[in-house]
Design a protein around this ligand. Structure first.
Ligand code: ADP
Ligand code: ASP
Ligand code: MG
Length: 421
C-alpha cells in the first residue's frame, strides 16, 4: 500500500468551477508523486453563510436538526464537482459523503465531535487507484441523523481522516500561504511562520485564528499527525508545519496574536457566596451543551455575602444560556443579569513566555497606552487573553503585534474576500 496523503481544500479554494479545476490539478500532482490521495473539501465560497441566511429568512429559531440537514448540503455539491473535475482530467475519482464513509459523531447538532471513522470503504477505493473525495464538516450519528462539526469543521474532518487512515501527512490548503503571526487580513505585515507547535496553534485557534479549526489541532495532537497549512494558489510553497513542541527551538516569547469576535459576556450580579452556586450555574449551562470560555468570580463582599460571576460564551448560545439562568433564579437569587455583546477577546500566545516574567504586564501596558480598557483577563502557561471593546479589537492586535516584535517587512498574500452577508 502506498503512503496516504490527505489534502483539504477550503471554501475559497473551491469557490468556482475554474478554482475546482485548479484544485484537481493540485490533487493529480500529489497522486503523481506516488501517493494514495484522500481529499476533503468545504462548501464552495460563502455557500454555508448563504444557507444560514436562507434559514434565518424562514425562521428566527430554526431547529438544530434541520439546520444540520441544510448546512451539510454545501459540501455535497463540492465533492461531486471535484470528482467530476478529476475524472475530466483523466484521474479516477469517487466522491463520498459522511454517511457513505461512516464518519460517526456524537448526537449533538451543529458542533458534534467525531467518535469513529470507518476506513474500509475508503481503502477499497484507494486500492482501486481512485482518489477519494470526502465531504468535510458533516457526520452521522449511530441512528443515522446528520450532524455538523461546527463552523470551519472541515479541517477537523481532514485531520481525523488522516489519523484514522494513518496518513503520512495532512495538508490544509487555504487562501493564505500558511499560519501567520496574526491574521494577515488585519495586519498585512504579519510574518509567516515556518513551523508552530500543536500547543501554540491550539491556543491561537481557540483564540480566534480561524485558519485552523481548534478541534483539528486537538485531533492532530492526539494522533501526533504532521499537519501543513499551505496555499492552494502557490502549491510549491510548503507553508507552515504544525508539530510537537519538543522538535522546535524557541526564540521569541510571543509567537502570535489572535482576536475572537464570536463571544459575548454575561454577568450575573449578587449571587450568594455559598458552596454550590457556581456549580449549579455551570452545570445548567453544561447540560445545554454550552461551552464557557473565560470565567471571573469577583471577590466576595463579606458584609453582603454576595459576589458577581462573569463569563463568556459563543454568541449563538445566548438564548439557551439566558433560559438556563432564568430557570435557576430561585437557587442563585441574583439581583440582575447583564449581557455585553460588544466584546472581543485578544490573545497573545507563545511557548517562549514560560519562565519569562513581564509578558502579561507588557500586554496590559501596551493596551493602556492606546486607551483600551481591559474587561476580563485569562491566562494559561503559554497564553494571556484580555477581553476588550469590540471596536478596538484591530487596534489592540496591531499594537501587540508590533510591541512583541512580530511585524515583517513583507506584505502577506491573501486571496478571496471576507463574507459580506
Ligand atoms: P478556508 O475556507 O480555506 O478554511 P478560512 O477562512 O477558514 O479558510 O481560514 C483562512 C483565513 O484565516 C485567512 O484568510 C485569514 O484571514 C484567517 N486567519 C486568521 N488568523 C490567521 C493566522 N494567524 N494566520 C493565517 N491566517 C489567519
Ligand atoms: N463549510 C463549513 C463552514 O463554512 C465548514 C468549513 O468550511 O470548514 O463553516
Ligand atoms: Mg476554515
Amino acid at each position: 500500500m502506498k503512503d496516504i496523503i490527505v489534502q483539504k481544500f477550503g471554501g475559497t479554494s473551491v469557490a468556482d468551477t475554474d478554482k475546482i479545476k485548479n484544485v484537481a490539478k493540485a490533487v493529480i500532482k500529489e497522486k503523481n508523486l506516488g501517493h494514495s490521495v484522500v481529499v476533503v473539501v468545504s462548501a464552495m465560497g460563502h455557500t454555508t453563510d448563504m444557507l444560514v441566511k436562507l434559514a434565518k429568512e424562514i425562521s428566527p429559531n430554526p431547529s438544530s436538526r434541520e439546520m444540520d440537514m441544510l448546512l451539510s448540503t454545501g459540501e455535497g455539491v463540492s465533492i461531486a464537482l471535484l470528482a467530476m473535475a478529476l475524472q475530466a482530467q483523466g484521474c479516477n475519482a469517487v466522491s463520498m459523503n459522511a454517511m457513505q464513509v461512516g464518519i460517526f459523531t456524537e448526537k449533538i447538532h451543529s458542533k458534534a465531535r467525531i467518535l469513529e471513522i470507518k476506513t474500509d470503504r475508503i481503502i477499497q477505493h484507494l486500492e482501486n487507484d481512485e482518489v477519494v473525495v470526502i465531504a468535510g464538516f458533516q457526520g452521522i450519528t449511530e441512528d443515522m441523523e446528520i450532524t455538523t462539526l461546527g463552523r470551519g469543521g472541515s479541517d477537523t474532518s481532514a485531520v481525523a481522516l488522516a489519523g484514522a487512515l494513518g496518513a503520512k501527512r495532512c495538508d490544509i490548503y487555504t487562501d493564505v500561504e500558511g499560519v501567520y503571526t496574526t491574521d494577515p487580513r488585519i495586519v498585512p505585515c504579519a510574518s509567516k511562520l515556518k513551523e508552530i507547535s500543536y500547543e501554540e496553534m491550539m491556543e491561537l485557534a481557540y483564540g480566534g485564528a480561524n485558519v485552523l479549526h481548534p478541534r483539528a489541532v486537538e485531533t492532530a495532537m492526539k494522533y501526533n499527525a504532521p499537519v501543513r497549512v499551505r496555499s492552494t494558489f502557490k502549491t510549491d510553497d510548503l507553508g507552515t508545519l504544525i508539530l510537537g513542541a519538543d522538535k522546535m527551538e524557541l526564540q521569541k516569547p510571543v509567537t502570535g496574536v489572535a482576536s475572537d469576535l464570536s463571544g459575548l459576556r454575561i454577568v450575573v450580579c449578587d449571587v450568594q457566596d455559598n458552596p454550590g452556586t457556581a456549580a449549579s450555574l455551570f452545570d445548567g449551562l453544561a447540560a445545554e451543551n454550552i461551552s464557557v470560555d473565560m470565567i471571573i468570580q469577583s471577590y466576595a463582599r463579606k458584609d453582603l455575602n454576595t459576589n458577581d460571576i462573569a463569563f463568556t460564551i459563543d454568541r449563538g448560545d445566548v438564548k439557551k444560556a439566558m433560559a438556563v439562568i432564568e430557570k435557576i433564579k430561585p437557587d442563585l437569587n441574583y439581583s440582575a443579569v447583564y449581557v455585553d455583546d460588544e466584546i472581543a477577546k485578544i490573545s497573545i500566545v507563545g511557548a517562549g513566555m514560560i519562565g519569562r516574567p513581564g509578558i502579561a504586564a507588557k500586554m496590559f501596558r501596551t493596551l493602556a497606552n492606546i486607551g483600551i480598557n481591559i474587561k476580563m483577563i485569562a491566562t494559561s502557561e503559554i497564553k494571556v487573553s484580555c477581553l476588550v471593546d469590540k471596536d478596538r479589537a484591530n487596534d489592540a492586535v496591531e499594537a501587540l503585534h508590533t510591541v512583541f516584535g512580530l511585524d515583517s517587512d513583507q506584505i502577506a498574500d491573501v486571496k478571496g474576500d471576507l463574507p459580506n452577508i
